[in-house]
Design a protein around this ligand. Structure first.
Ligand code: ATP
Length: 228
């Protein structure tokens, strides 16, 4: 059974003088464990598609099943819980909280869990070690390099052991060495079973995915699986 199932998704941004049709009939199933790269020109709808998959945005039209649940009918409170417990987000600009330490930022990923303090501590330490940030627990984001900030953001995304990680141009603000390291960490997660979807402009990254989806003008222009 697919983890993500989108059928004929349309999305139009209203609120501005002119309504903008960002998605125009997207259908796709994504199975647990897949690594999907979404590519395509600027404005083609990549981020919109990722935000809908992440339930940050509700589609204007169409059906979306997450783990066989129709998320378009789930009340916002329950949806916030599903989002916080099942989905990890990684953004281009890291989105860390400036005045919280690395440890505290990562712990935010557990805000919906009721683990006792020791359990929480173990999960945070494990996530920190997984991204090689154990030695920076008490640092503030501004005391870190861009690559370290993104590793901290990845730890926050994975600390709650989500089923899926969504990353929107996760290496867009990094130099090539840090970009390669960041992608390596995400790939390692995927190798261990976490479903991974990234939006990327880097074809070298898309090449490493098990499936590439090319968006064009709000539609899936091409979907290809890597032969292995
Ligand atoms: N919040 C918004 N309000 C109005 N229009 C929006 C909004 N977000 C995106 N759009 C429009 O929707 C279309 C798709 O945008 P989207 O950000 O999904 O594209 P993208 O492929 O991710 O682009 P990029 O590669 O430049 O990030 C664009 O025409 C964009 O201008």
């Amino acid at each position: 059974m697919p983890l993500i199932s989108l059928s004929d998704i349309h999305h139009t941004y209203s609120g501005t003088a002119q309504a903008v049709p960002a998605l125009r009939g997207v259908s796709i199933d994504i199975d647990p464990g897949e690594f999907v790269a979404i590519i395509g020109p600027s404005g083609s709808g990549k981020s919109t598609l990722l935000n809908i998959i992440g339930t940050l945005e509700k589609p204007s039209q169409g059906r979306y099943l997450f783990d066989n649940r129709d998320v378009t009918t789930i009340p916002e409170r329950d949806l916030a819980r599903l989002r916080a417990t099942r989905i990890g987000f990684v953004f281009q600009n890291f989105n860390l909280i400036d005045h919280l330490t690395v440890y505290q930022n990562i712990e935010l990923g557990l805000r919906y869990r009721r683990d006792h303090l020791r359990g929480r501590r173990e999960l945070v330490m494990e996530a920190m070690d997984r991204v090689g940030m154990g030695h920076r627990a008490d640092h503030l984001p501004r005391q870190l390099s861009g690559g370290q900030q993104q590793r901290c953001a990845i730890a926050r995304a994975i600390v709650g052991q989500p089923a899926i990680v969504l990353a929107d141009e996760p290496t867009g603000n990094l130099d090539s060495r840090n970009a390669a390291q960041t992608l390596g960490i995400l790939k390692e997660l995927n190798d261990k079973g976490t479903t991974l979807i990234i939006v990327t402009h880097a074809l070298s990254q898309a090449d490493q995915a098990s499936r590439t989806i090319e968006m064009h003008d709000g539609r899936i222009h091409l979907s290809s699986r890597r032969l292995s």
